[in-house]
Design a protein around this ligand. Structure first.
Ligand code: SAH
Ligand code: SF4
Length: 381
């Protein structure tokens, strides 16, 4: 990479509209535009090429123009950690120096990529490490899509038949459950999810993409309409009193309003159920009465219940419920007809489990960040 490259934008992470605009600016005429967009799209997102010269069906002249104006640079991987259970955690350094985390969780027959929507999170759920991070900004659609591209690079997960989500593919599912509240960054998240689910590119089925929200009620239906992905709700409590404490956003959008929005989720049916996440906090929300109230609360909504053992982090004000307590809670929920195994935590040893993500960017002071930002800009000139 030369100093000039730093100023050039990357095509990686672009939406189809972005790519169309970029090609138009490079002088590709109306007649060719559709074909060229489709060709380049495939190279970017189905094949994951890293050199313009690999785009063999694109005219050399256009490849040269592209290379003069753009790069195929990926997000910069600052760190990668491998858990003893096979989970991988990536730390990416963004162009302004901010850091963001992505987690890959391999399972039998599938692999899930847990993607971030923001650096940090403006919300302050009491059990979540990300919520304690001070510096926050929204990620761009390119930075969100870029996490998946970089993970596919690292996992050597390119070039499978784009029409199939099975076979030997490594990233088969995406969950928007990393850092941040995706519905506070709805437009960029929707653009990114539509790139990920594009059948000629990254080609993830919408049924294999799940967006998790702490309950930003007015943004729920618009996201469903824009993307058609699956929805997960971080419920965690069955009374407003307790939920106000655990998920402070509940004061703004209480449980009844949240569940009303769920009932209106586009396409909601037994085939497209909503997942309700429930973190198991010892002595806080884990009684038999809580389990029964949970089942009652969700009656009539096509739902799955996901019981998440609380993942500890330094200074956390809670503990995880005991094994037997979680099992008894799960039994009550199961008897009511929900298959809800207690999820085995993954990647705890590398702080990659749910709610443990908190990038080290907080360790940089605001002044240091400003300096990093200026340095990037100066290099760009
Ligand atoms: N902001 C979104 C998505 C990111 S969090 C949301 O809140 O839904 C993904 C899931 O992990 C959420 O259900 C969240 O409540 C849960 N979570 C947060 N901290 C946790 C912790 N310490 N242990 C277990 N789950 C946690
Ligand atoms: Fe933000 Fe979700 Fe963590 Fe709450 S649980 S602080 S919404 S990332």
């Amino acid at each position: 990479m030369t100093i000039n490259d730093i100023a050039k934008p990357s095509l990686i992470g672009m939406t189809r509209d972005d790519l169309r605009a970029a090609l138009t600016e490079l002088g590709v005429g109306d007649k060719q535009l559709r074909m060229r967009v489709n060709q380049i799209w495939g190279w970017l997102y189905a094949h994951g090429v890293r050199e313009f010269d690999q785009m063999s069906n694109v005219a050399k002249q256009l490849r040269d123009k592209l290379a003069a104006a753009y790069t195929l640079d990926r997000l910069e991987m600052a760190e990668a950690h491998l858990s003893k259970d096979g989970t991988r955690k990536y730390l990416f350094r963004l162009r302004d120096g901010q850091l963001v985390e992505t987690v890959y969780i391999p399972e039998v027959g599938r692999g899930t990529l847990c993607v971030s929507s923001q650096v940090g999170c403006t919300l302050t759920c009491r059990f979540c490490h990300t919520g304690t991070q001070k510096l926050v900004r929204n990620l761009t659609a390119a930075e969100i899509t870029g996490q998946m591209v970089a993970a596919r690079d690292d996992l050597e997960d390119w070039g499978h038949n784009p029409a199939s989500n099975s076979g030997t593919r490594k990233v088969t599912n995406v969950v928007m459950m990393g850092m941040g509240e995706p519905l506070y960054n709805g437009d960029q998240v929707a653009d990114a999810l539509n790139v990920m689910s594009d059948g000629d590119g990254l080609s993830l089925s919408k049924r294999r993409i799940t967006l998790s929200t702490s309950g930003v009620v007015p943004e729920i239906a618009p996201m469903g309409e824009k993307t058609g992905v699956m929805l997960a709700i971080s419920l965690h409590a069955v009374t407003d009193e307790l939920r106000d404490e655990l998920v402070p956003l509940n004061k703004k959008y209480p449980i009844a309003e949240l569940l009303a929005a769920c009932r209106n989720w586009p396409g909601l049916s037994n085939a497209k159920r909503i997942t309700f996440e429930y973190v198991m906090l010892k002595g806080v929300n884990d009684s038999d009465d809580d389990a029964r109230a949970l089942v009652k609360l969700l009656s009539g909504i096509p739902a799955k219940i996901n019981l998440i053992p609380f993942n500890p982090w330094p200074g956390a004000p809670y503990q995880c419920s005991d094994e037997t307590r979680m099992q008894t809670f799960a039994d009550i929920v199961n008897r009511a007809g929900y298959a809800s195994p207690v999820r085995r935590p993954r990647g705890r040893d590398i702080m990659a489990a749910c709610g443990q993500l908190k990038s080290a960017s907080v360790k940089q002071s605001a002044a240091e960040l400003k300096k990093a930002e200026l340095a990037t800009r100066n290099l760009g000139r």
